[in-house]
Design a protein around this ligand. Structure first.
Ligand code: DQA
Length: 163
């Protein structure tokens, strides 16, 4: 007998479809030319394109947003709550080490997130060792260059599958 898929109560308990927002903090618009010894040669457009391509093949919605302004990032995070994004991938860049306000916005959103850094912040100046985000994050990827974003995305995609 062929098994027909019907809606069951367990389907109704299935997690909502993944809708991702990738947030890039200040100076990440300069990737490609900015201190390539730390940040590599990939541009922000390269990173966003690779993420969008992977998201499209997985059939999930992915948007990206970069700003050099703390307030603009906070407002994007607040809007994301209303737009029912399921996850953030965020590289807060220098705001990682300074911004209680962006941390508070992320905490208020209750949207789970992965924190990504291109460079290994723990192998750099001591002021980069503290993050206002890491204790709230699902996880942190630091030092794997632009691949870190794709690894974060793969992890979030894997959350759809039963473990
Ligand atoms: C960064 C590390 C931060 O310390 C720095 O201010 C950045 C980029 C990274 O991706 O390695 O702008 O977040």
């Amino acid at each position: 007998m062929s098994k027909k898929k019907t809606t069951s109560s367990s389907d109704m308990n299935a997690p909502p479809p993944i809708k991702l927002l990738v947030l890039h903090g200040p100076n990440l618009n300069l990737l490609g030319t900015r201190e390539p010894e730390y940040y590599g040669l990939a541009t922000l457009a390269d990173i966003n394109m690779a993420l969008s391509h992977r998201a499209a093949t997985a059939g999930v919605v992915l948007e990206t947003f970069q700003s050099n302004h703390e307030g603009a990032l906070i407002e994007r995070v607040q809007a994301a709550s209303e737009q029912r994004f399921t996850y953030f991938i965020i590289n807060p860049a220098a705001f990682t080490h300074t911004s209680v306000a962006l941390r508070d916005a992320i905490a208020a959103s209750q949207i789970p997130f992965i924190e990504v850094h291109l460079s290994n912040v723990h192998a750099r100046e001591s002021f980069r060792h503290h993050s206002y985000f890491s204790d709230l994050a699902i996880g942190v990827i630091s030092g794997l260059g632009s691949k870190g974003y794709l690894l974060a995305l793969e992890y979030l995609l894997s959350q759809r599958e039963p473990s």
